[in-house]
Design a protein around this ligand. Structure first.
Ligand code: F3S
Length: 410
């Protein structure tokens, strides 16, 4: 770090080292730790704008380069199909400037929020510096890696220096659960896990929960991705433990039984009361015409995408269906011409972006149905959008019919 701080490795690296040092000081870090990888958010031009580009270019002109593996979050459009999907050319040009700047810094142009499906998959106990709240949650909780809830700039600074401050979730003492969550209702489906996550995030804020009452067979990687993404959206939960499921749960279950820490308990029984499916302010009644069905938040794996597509062979859609995934997954699926010939052209396998970080208003979309708790949470703040949260099967039915019934979820 000293050489970097002294500017011996260039002014860009010096800026990054100063950022890491300042954060370490603010959080009273116990020195610095080398990190194995970074995942960097703050990529969509819609979110970072000119100020973000200026910052990236200041690092680039100072010769900074990634010193560890560093992957990138989704950007504001699909880099292959932006024209076909209706994105404005001016936005494409601005987005390209952002990506050029990251590329020049040596960041991999993965443009996905599930880096752990793309080879940037830390092992248990690895220290990493990730931003993207859903990926942070998955890395800490499901993989057992150790990362703080970094912002885009601090994750980038770690990529450029190879270090982070030793504080927060890098320390074992901060990974101990502070809240016990007892589940007394059936949490089975993808939607259930998202709803539970939305509710828990609100209640927990930043606390680390120890969750009991979830059945192991329902805790699939997909459902845990959805749970963590939703908890990190409605709250700031960066780590959770699930009894009998997640890698650090065993040692913490022992701590709880011994009563070494005080854990207020929380019961969950009326999930349907927690999430209202259609924002009350939207003036819709009965059946809503659906412009878009959105699946793939967090980005789907290849298997997730194939499961959806297999059920849609030869069927006609009446609403656009976006399925968000990584570019490599999209490419491999589109190469299967036998499959794609049988798919309605309204099915769009979309890579590099998602409905939350893209400029959705520019696409003329007025109503969305999604199965993602996180996407629902952010989209419902858009005043010009009607947003409906349904399970995956109901989403598919909406894509086929072009409508969705309004009311409590079924
Ligand atoms: Fe990923 Fe976008 Fe959801 S970045 S986690 S698909 S909001």
């Amino acid at each position: 770090m000293k050489k970097m701080l002294d500017g011996e490795l260039g002014s860009g690296t010096q800026i990054a080292a100063e950022m890491i040092t300042a954060l370490a000081k603010i959080y009273d870090a116990d020195g610095f730790l080398p990190v194995k990888s970074s995942q960097i958010s703050g990529v969509s031009y819609k979110n970072i704008g000119e100020a973000g580009i200026e910052f990236l270019e200041s690092l680039r002109s100072g010769d900074a380069r990634a010193r560890v593996r560093a992957t990138l979050n989704p950007c504001g459009l699909d880099l292959d199909s932006w024209r076909e999907l209706g994105f404005p050319e001016a936005f494409y040009r601005d987005q390209a400037r952002v990506l050029d700047a990251y590329n020049a810094l040596g960041i991999e142009m993965t443009c996905s929020c599930t880096p752990y499906l793309l080879g940037n998959c830390p092992a248990k106990g690895d220290h990493v510096a990730w931003s993207e709240s859903s990926a942070i949650s998955y890395a800490n909780s499901v993989l057992g890696a150790m990362t703080n809830r970094e912002g885009g700039p601090s994750a980038l600074a770690s990529a450029l220096t190879g270090f982070t401050g030793n504080f927060g979730l890098h320390l074992e003492k901060n990974r101990i659960p502070r809240q016990s969550v007892v589940i007394r209702c059936n949490i089975e489906s993808y939607l259930d896990f998202g709803t539970l996550g939305l509710m828990l995030g609100k209640k927990l804020g930043q606390d680390v929960p120890f969750i009991t009452g979830l059945k192991k067979e329902h805790c699939t990687p997909e459902n845990l991705r959805q749970l963590g993404a939703a908890m990190a959206a409605s709250g700031a939960v960066a780590l959770y433990h699930v009894d009998g499921v997640t890698p650090e749960a065993k040692k913490h279950a022992v701590s709880i039984k011994k009563g070494e820490i005080t854990i207020p308990s929380m019961e969950i029984s009326e999930l349907d009361e927690i999430v209202d499916v259609v924002p009350a302010k939207k003036d819709v009644a009965g059946a809503l015409k659906v412009d878009m069905v959105f699946l793939g938040c967090p980005h789907y794996s290849r298997q997730d995408v194939m499961d959806i597509l297999e059920g849609l062979r030869g069927k006609k859609l009446h609403a656009t269906l976006w399925i968000a995934t990584a570019r490599t997954v999209k490419k491999s699926i589109l190469e299967d011409t036998d499959l794609t010939r049988q798919l309605d052209p309204r099915i769009k396998i979309v890579s590099d972006t998602c409905i939350v970080v893209c400029p959705i208003d520019a696409l003329g979309i007025k109503s969305v149905v999604t199965n993602s708790g996180k996407a629902y949470f952010y989209l419902k703040n858009n005043e010009s959008l009607a947003v409906v949260y349904r399970d995956t099967q109901a989403c598919i039915e909406s894509a086929l019919s072009g409508t969705v019934a309004i009311g409590r979820r079924t």
